[in-house]
Write a protein that binds this ligand. Structure first.
Ligand SMILES: Nc1ncnc2c1ncn2[C@@H]1O[C@H](COP(=O)(O)OP(=O)(O)O)[C@@H](O)[C@H]1O
Ligand SMILES: [Mg+2]
Length: 317
């Protein structure tokens, strides 16, 4: 459904321009290639500034690639951008609304621009209820989270076969993030093809079949969600009763990376069972999972592997 081949986009480096020197081109995106199958939920995961929004702008035909091409349903995203836009529902990372309007007026206007089919109104009303949004007030009085909800309602009400969502849960509280995940899963169940960008693993883990990881404009890997789950490294901070119990945990073969009295730092990759069976033998006084940066969480995934010219990862023999 989505086919991206060798997309490259160079941007002039800001810092060199400011210093009055000749602009040096740096990469926004470098030779990005991937495919998203019909009915698949594909996560595009990477830290801030990695190139996620730039990739999405290519998919929506807002910018022209310096090299390579992107296609949706066989249509070139740049050359056939009008057709592509009518095929796709898009949630931008940053939204500019007509601030004087109320939420409802905005949705009615957008509905009209897309042919005002009765199903839009049905879907809209269900979404308004699910996301608990008050649409009567003017958009300018809405908080960031409320505007995000409005954008989600707009994107989902159109019932498009392809959804492109740029960091869709940003600004949503945990309860609404969960509602959003349910909505995505329901759309997937209906056979929609969904592309979601994110800098957080947990939300893509719940929804995506496959994930592409992008760093510094390069696609480091495309993997099934199961493989990524296995590769993810998690760090736990645990306090036990006494030093005898610390010793017991040492003997369990866990990767204990630091000990401070009766507090330990343990790293786990993939399966949590070894940790849980170790902890069953001691008295746990405190237990916390340390939040890790995306890069750190997947460091193991890159170790001992090569990224080839095509961006395909192969095992390093
Ligand atoms: N219009 C632009 N002009 C210059 N540099 C840009 C432009 N758009 C994006 N960039 C640069 O490209 C990189 C990727 O940006 P972006 O795609 O917005 O990242 P992400 O969405 O992953 O946070 C950043 O270094 C950003 O500064
Ligand atoms: Mg972005």
């Amino acid at each position: 459904m989505i086919n991206v081949e060798g997309i490259t986009k160079l941007y002039p480096k800001e810092s060199s321009r400011k210093r009055g020197k000749e602009a040096v081109d740096i990469c926004g995106l470098k030779e990005i290639s991937f495919r998203v199958n019909e009915g698949e939920v594909f996560g595009f995961l990477g830290p801030n500034g990695a190139g996620k929004t730039t990739m999405i702008r290519h998919l929506m035909g807002f910018i022209k690639p310096d090299a390579g091409f992107a296609q949706i349903k066989g249509l070139d995203c740049w050359q056939n951008s009008r057709e592509v836009k009518s095929l796709v529902s898009y949630l931008p990372g940053e939204m500019n609304f007509l601030e004087q309007m109320s939420g409802l007026e905005f949705l009615k206007l957008m509905s009209g621009m897309h042919g005002d089919r009765p199903i839009y109104q049905q879907r809209r009303d269900v979404l308004i209820e699910r996301l608990e949004l008050n649409l009567k007030q003017p958009i300018k009085k809405m908080s960031k989270g409320m505007k995000q909800k409005l954008g989600i309602i707009y994107a989902l009400m159109l019932d498009s076969e392809v959804l492109i969502l740029d960091e869709p849960t940003s600004g949503l509280d945990p309860l609404m993030q969960k509602v959003f995940i349910d909505l995505v899963l329901e759309e997937k169940f209906q056979g929609k093809t969904i592309f979601i960008s994110s800098h957080m693993f947990p939300e893509v883990e719940r929804t995506c079949d496959r994930v592409g990881i992008i760093r510094d404009g390069k696609l480091a890997t495309v993997e099934g969600i199961q493989a990524l789950r296995q590769a993810q490294q998690r760090t736990f901070e645990i306090t036990v009763d006494d030093e005898g119990q610390v010793q017991l945990l040492r003997e369990c073969g866990l990767a204990i990376v630091a000990v401070d009295g009766t507090s330990l730092t343990i790293e786990i990759q993939g399966d949590l069972n070894p940790l849980l069976s170790g902890l069953a033998q001691v008295n746990v006084k405190a237990f916390a999972q340390k939040t890790t940066e995306l890069e750190e969480a997947f460091m193991h995934f890159y170790e001992g592997r090569n990224i080839s010219e095509q961006g395909i990862i192969s095992d390093n023999v």
